[in-house]
Design a binder for this molecule. Structure first.
Ligand code: ZN
Length: 321
């Protein structure tokens, strides 16, 4: 395949590496290595370097080097074909250098738990006030269409910011911790602009849904996306096969729950196919999509069949053996 565009590589670096930063004197980018997690120093030390002139990565902690392509495959779980398709789809317009500078600036200024000036979409007063804003309306429509307001394991709130540098005009799904405090969030594009999903900038991902785990139920269902995890009791989202340090800390609190992975339907998703194979090889329990469920994920399944819940027992009855 041809060389990956620099902006695309930076976009991935910025998405997956820990607390990325730029050194303008050496023109290199550096961050915490998401692969070795810097031993126990993730987000404390930054020993992963990205050299744009050679398109290579090097980590001074685990002493590994990667070509950009290999690094992106390792951290994103995407296949070569998917990366190529994403590049071809033009998903490279996100101006990362500008955003990196900006994120360093805002991080120093605020430690806000939500995007700037976030509006609570379920607050009737806000609805009165912002009801005519087109993005506010789109967000409400999206929530209804995707059944995010009726799902069995739905989030207790959704937000939108009309001003945030990265996250404005996007639906914001908050991630609560065990004490019901918002510690992370993901926003979703409402008008088709890229990136489709964007995580809180510069922070370690946490587990979505950890605040709603019913400890009397012996299972935890690990989904990729929060909007799929909402449709199963004890569904949580970890986004990716590599757990972050924060996520590991959170899941360790549930040592007796059996963990079952529920990935997107491999019939429609090459990356899911490869990831399912990896999980099975690692002796993990994984949901096996039945042939008569022609949906790409749990959200689509529930939207198409007008359901607010997939019974967790259905997952248990359909595991790879
Ligand atoms: Zn490393």
């Amino acid at each position: 395949m041809r060389q990956l565009p620099g902006s695309y590589i930076l976009n991935k670096f910025y998405t997956y590496a820990g607390a990325p930063a730029y050194n303008k004197f050496t023109s290199t980018y550096y961050a915490s290595c998401p692969i070795c997690r810097e031993g126990k120093s993730f987000l404390k030390k930054k020993r992963l370097y990205y050299y744009p002139t050679s398109n290579t990565f090097y980590c001074f902690n685990c002493s590994r080097s990667w070509h950009a392509q290999a690094w992106i495959e390792a951290v994103s779980g995407m296949s070569r074909e998917e990366i190529e398709a994403e590049v071809l789809s033009g998903d490279t317009s996100f101006d990362i250098t500008d955003n990196l500078k900006y994120s360093n600036k805002i991080k120093k200024k605020t430690l806000s738990s939500l995007p700037l000036d976030s509006i609570n979409l379920s607050d009737p007063l806000q609805k009165q006030y912002y009801g005519t804003n087109v993005y506010f309306q789109k967000a409400l429509e999206y929530i209804t269409e995707r059944r995010l307001d009726t799902a069995v394991n739905k989030s207790s709130s959704y937000y939108i910011s009309l001003t945030d540098h990265f996250h404005k005009n996007r639906l914001c799904v908050p991630y609560y911790d065990g004490d019901k405090k918002i510690v992370f969030y993901q926003t979703r594009s409402l008008d088709g602009t890229e990136p489709r999903y964007l995580n809180k900038v510069g922070y370690d991902k946490t587990v979505f849904g950890i605040d709603r785990i019913d400890s009397s139920l012996d299972y935890l269902f690990l989904f990729e996306g929060p909007m799929d995890a909402m449709f199963v009791k004890n569904g949580v989202s970890v986004a990716g096969l590599i757990l972050t340090g924060e996520q590991e800390k959170q899941l360790i609190e549930f040592p007796f729950h059996e963990k079952i992975w529920v990935l997107d339907n491999p019939r429609f998703d090459e990356a899911a196919k490869e990831n399912i194979f990896k999980l099975i090889s690692n002796k993990q329990k994984v949901f096996k999509w039945p042939i008569d469920k022609p949906y790409k994920d749990f959200n689509e399944w529930c939207v198409k069949e007008k359901l607010d819940q997939i019974d967790y027992k259905f997952i248990l009855q359909n595991l790879y053996s």
